[in-house]
Ligand binder design. Structure first.
Ligand code: F6P
Length: 546
């Protein structure tokens, strides 16, 4: 348990408060004109990622206080504790070792006296063997046909990582295979995914850490019925068309999947930190084992950077501290993540679970209510689409929304002028947000006085620009690990358990109670509040009418 002072009583926190009152009114225009080199001074490069953080409302003194906050929050020992495998997920009494998932074969990471690295590589090898058989069409379905449709069934971390990685790395994928992802318990998700698929050519990956999640188990059962009905076969067909990714061998075999076709992982891998575990099986099938290992290498490079770089050149730590600066001092409640790469279209959705399920907490490790804001709302869309949708609010609205722009110097689809146009938009947006357009400038353009306020951009809206060479499996691994470590750093400073998710429990339990009340042929006595009772009654009555 932490012995550091409560966050708002730390010396560095108090210094930040005093400093904030001085810098709050300073415009980025002034910061830039005072230091002509600012655009370079506040830029760092590590592991092939260039971070331009010059367009943040900070100066050298801000950074000094933020680094002091990291020290006073004992970030360095906390990082070591995570990498070492301490049970830092205290409410579940578990280690948090997703970093072991990308450890090299010869590394040694002991948990309870056992080196977990050989276990990790055994599963990776099992995945590679399976992928090779599938990709070379040696793995046949029940009727002898080759598998060409891979359907991942999972939700939360067992879906968002796989689907994000598949979309992100589509350029590296085997285009002769179709990949589909079913997550929602809404039957539409299932029906639309399997529409037109031949069961004889379809493989389902049931991905669930617990193998008890209602949505996943419902979809898996429906998939089994669909498959067996479509093939006109019995249980014996399951073995060739279903594999499982789980920590729960008992439940996997109860479902009817041979545990020989199960790819395991461990309770020390959180769902939202699992895309580089066996949960990434669909990713590996899509891009092949070699590319998957290149992705792991990217993760590993960012891990090492996070673990060893001093704060001033540590990209995840810098970004995490900037996030705290806006969240807790400027009262910014959200962060927009804006990838200027269509392949990253699911990246913001992926980050939503990673960030919000991790740091959407209101009690400290000791169980005390916090007296400061914690996790921000993460959201976003790829550029340039977002520019024609919500950017208006970011530029001229009343709220401060710090932005992370993510862009690549080389396009994977270098068509005509597209990439230069795309990149011109990234740079222009960050520039417009920071510097805006003053009333004077608007007037000088001949804008009538009544219209001028509408056309003024106050600017001073902060952003980071992350610039990478090109989107590769390795760079995706680095980006994901970067955000994992931002979340970790912020959780340490806010003194939270970033690795549990008790907030999702209540809704699950209540839904279980309501299911029979909806399904029962006879109306059951309802003992909810009057609103819930009325909704249930209306639903039943409407269903009855047909
Ligand atoms: O949303 C709650 C949650 O437990 C997530 O943390 C997890 O990623 C998801 O459900 C799916 O869980 P499982 O992999 O056990 O099906």
């Amino acid at each position: 348990m932490k012995t550091t002072a409560p966050l708002t009583e730390r010396t560095s926190w108090k210094s930040l408060q005093v400093h904030f009152s001085k810098i709050q009114g300073v415009h980025l225009r002034d910061l830039f004109s005072k230091d002509p080199q600012r655009g370079r001074v506040f830029g760092i490069e590590a592991e092939g990622i260039y971070l331009d953080y010059s367009k943040n409302r900070i100066d050298h003194e801000t950074l000094k206080h933020l680094f002091a906050l990291a020290d006073e929050s004992e970030l360095r020992p906390a990082i070591e504790a995570m990498f070492r495998g301490d049970a830092i997920n205290i409410t579940e009494n578990r280690a948090v070792l997703h970093t072991a998932l990308r450890a090299p074969r010869d590394a040694r990471i002991e948990l309870g006296g056992r080196n977990v690295v050989p276990d990790v590589h055994e599963v990776l090898d099992q995945m590679s063997g399976f992928c090779d058989r599938l990709r070379s069409r040696q793995w046949k379905g029940h009727t002898g046909k080759s598998i060409v449709n891979i359907v991942n069934i999972g939700i939360g971390g067992s879906d968002l990582g796989p689907v994000m990685a598949y979309e992100a790395l589509r350029n590296y994928s085997d285009r002769s295979l179709n990949f589909l992802f079913i997550s929602n318990v809404d039957g539409t998700d299932f029906s639309e995914a399997v529409e037109g698929l031949d069961p004889a050519e379809t493989l389902f990956i049931v991905a669930s850490k617990t193998f008890t999640t209602q949505e996943t188990m419902t979809n898996a059962q429906t998939a089994k019925d669909w498959l067996l009905h479509g093939l006109g076969a019995g249980q014996e067909a399951v073995a060739k068309h279903f594999v499982a990714v789980s920590t729960n061998a008992t439940k996997v075999s109860e479902f009817g999947i041979d545990t020989a076709n199960m790819f395991g992982f461990w309770d020390w891998v959180g769902g939202r930190y699992s895309m580089d575990s066996a949960i990434g099986l669909s990713t590996m099938i899509a891009i092949g084992p070699e590319n998957f290992h290149a992705m792991l290498q990217g993760f590993r490079q960012m891990d090492e950077h996070f673990r060893t770089a001093p704060w001033q050149s540590n990209i995840p730590v810098l970004m995490a501290l900037l996030g705290i600066w806006y969240n807790n001092f400027f009262q910014a409640s959200s962060i927009a993540v804006l990838p200027y790469d269509q392949y990253l279209k699911r990246f913001p959705a992926y980050l939503q679970q990673l960030t919000m399920e991790s740091n959407g907490k209101r009690v400290t490790l000791a169980g005390n209510h916090v007296n400061y804001d914690t996790g921000a709302v993460y959201w976003g869309e790829p550029g340039t689409n977002g520019q024609h949708s919500f950017y208006q609010l970011i530029h001229q609205g009343t709220r401060l929304i710090p932005c992370d722009f993510i862009a690549f110097c080389h396009s994977l689809n270098p068509v005509g002028r597209h990439h230069d146009l795309l990149m011109a938009n990234v740079f222009a947006q960050a520039e417009a947000l920071a510097f805006g357009k003053t009333l004077d400038e608007v007037r000088k353009e001949g804008t009538p006085e009544w219209l001028a306020p509408h056309r003024e951009f106050d600017g001073n809206r902060p952003s980071n620009v992350l610039l990478l060479e090109r989107l590769t499996p390795g760079s995706l691994g680095k980006l994901v690990a970067l955000y994992e470590h931002i979340v970790f750093t912020q959780g340490v400073i806010w003194n939270l358990d970033s690795f549990d998710q008790w907030g999702v429990e209540l809704g699950k339990v209540l839904a279980q109670r309501i299911v029979p009340e909806l399904e029962s042929p006879e109306a059951l006595e309802l003992n909810h509040d009057s609103s819930t009772n009325a909704l249930i009654e209306r639903y039943r009555a409407t269903r009855k009418k047909g």
